[in-house]
Design a protein around this ligand. Structure first.
Ligand code: ZN
Length: 97
């Protein structure tokens, strides 16, 4: 089992178990694909951070997002089509260029 911050995404609810401030800072959460490429990270990192399916991750939760890998978040934000309605955090990342 993984130690540290265990997030269980149930809809948009977030449950933190075994919360540990040190590990929270050190560990990144990477977003992964679902479907054919299930488990593959959006980014190319091979660190031992946690993997969470992008589709099921509570990405509109700022506390959760703070722990996510920036590269993964950027891939997610860029996956929206222009003209699509998306959350403000997505626009913020897209506007960073
Ligand atoms: Zn990542």
């Amino acid at each position: 089992m993984l130690d540290g911050v265990i997030f269980i995404a149930l809809g948009h609810h977030l449950v933190a178990d075994q919360f540990n401030e040190t590990q929270r800072i050190k560990m990144s959460i990477h977003l992964t694909h679902t479907g054919f490429y299930a488990g593959r990270r959006f980014c190319e990192s091979i660190d031992d951070g946690r993997n969470v399916h992008g589709s099921y991750a509570p990405l509109n939760n700022a506390v959760f997002r703070e722990q996510c890998c920036n590269d993964c978040l950027k891939v997610w934000a860029d996956s929206y089509d222009d003209g699509e309605i998306f959350p403000s955090w997505v626009s913020a990342i897209r506007n960073e260029g």
